[in-house]
Design a protein around this ligand. Structure first.
Ligand SMILES: *Cc1c(COP(=O)(O)O)cnc(C)c1O
Length: 215
């Protein structure tokens, strides 16, 4: 596939679901990709990207932001509290808010800096022990605690278990978002982004289908 193919498929899925074009935004996941592939996508005019690691993003994106105005960068991977301030300097959104200590750290730094990236609470919909995210049963309480701290939580994120039907997980995420009045849903990757769009994704996170296999 390519950027154009993925974009077209998203538009088709939006139309099929009766959704307006552009209602599902494409985060091009550039982690571990050779720079020339990322630059080709920037040169094509795409401006929304995702990275998994603070350190990796810090080594690549400040220069690309200078060269390509209008870039928005989202952190998709786990965030250690001691990297929170650095993440504030690099990212426009964090998709991996998943524990009280991180929420408190973000709230403190937001207070000090007078601004905060857009936040997504990550939900471990498959209740996988090795995976980050709050458990579905703890999600409502955690989301409401974050909102009570004035954190700009706009939506939810999930990564379904590799061996399960993703649609069930996307539907669960949507249900949790709806009952907490959150509008954004970050769900869907290279193998299942069309399913995610059909179930209400407002952000899909697609890497290898755009850039090719990671090095
Ligand atoms: C790597 C990654 C993606 C993109 O995965 P692909 O299968 O390459 O599309 C999306 N979301 C998260 C959280 C990731 O870590």
């Amino acid at each position: 596939m390519s950027l154009a193919d993925v974009t077209n498929r998203i538009h088709t899925a939006e139309t099929r679901a009766g959704r307006p074009q552009g209602s599902a935004r494409l985060i091009a996941v550039s982690k571990m990709q050779p720079p020339e592939r990322v630059e080709a996508v920037l040169d094509a005019g795409h401006r929304l990207f995702g990275e998994n690691r603070v350190q990796e993003a810090a080594g690549k994106w400040p220069a690309w932001r200078e060269k390509y105005p209008g870039v928005a960068l989202h952190l998709l991977g786990p965030l250690q509290t001691n990297k929170t301030r650095q993440a504030f300097g690099l990212f426009d959104a964090i998709h991996s808010l998943d524990r009280p200590k991180l929420a408190r750290t973000i709230a403190r730094i937001a207070q000090e800096e007078g601004r905060c990236p857009m936040l997504f609470v990550q939900v471990n919909t498959g209740e996988e022990p090795q995976k980050a995210g709050v458990l579905p049963g703890d999600a409502d309480g955690f989301i409401q605690d974050c909102l009570a701290m004035d954190l700009p939580v706009v939506g939810l994120m999930c990564i379904p278990p590799a061996a399960e039907e993703p649609a069930l997980h996307f539907a669960l995420l949507k249900k949790i978002a709806e009952r907490n009045a959150l509008r954004e849903l970050s769900m869907g990757m290279s193998n299942d982004f069309e399913t995610a769009v059909s179930l209400g994704a407002t952000y899909v996170r697609v890497g290898s289908a755009i850039f090719g296999a990671r090095g």
